[in-house]
Ligand binder design. Sequence first.
Ligand code: SF4
Length: 179
Amino acid sequence: MKKKLATVWLGGCSGCHMSLLDIDERILEVVKLADIVKCPIVDGKEFPPVDIALVEGSVTSDEHLQELLHIREVSKVLIALGDCAVTANVTGMRNYLKKEDVLDHAYVKAVSNDQQGKMPGHPALLKLRDKVLPLQEVVHVDYAIPGCPPPADTIFYVLAELLNDRIPNLEQERKLKYG
Ligand code: SF4
């Protein structure tokens, strides 16, 4: 039976998903073995129960936290995709500063065409947390694919192994590739 695969991005730049798209025609091998039931490029419905979840980005807001807890609950295998998911990386740079100071510099003090210099306050905006967290500080992560962005070959390797009921071994894959 085909597996169910979903991808999502939390606090990320979408670069990891661009790298996923860089597996190019190998996506046909993936869809032979899996139905892609959710993906940010395709739709916005709630994250459904899946065999494999690829999660890009870190936890930057209350909404991300709730979403990640939900994803963990409905996913058999959760993969942290890229350095923001694994270590917080670029998105975690603000952890060295106070959140209010970062927002102030971005929206009020920054040179901009926006003459108002106001902090956006629409209720639909994400409620940023004081500190950005990598995934494993919130939930159990089964596999991590490092890189900013992670290489397409590595993403495909991990997916192909899992979809064929094998356990990915990134160290072995690295040695085969680079010696
Ligand atoms: S790991 Fe790099 S490419 Fe991926 S979301 Fe973070 S900044 Fe973007």
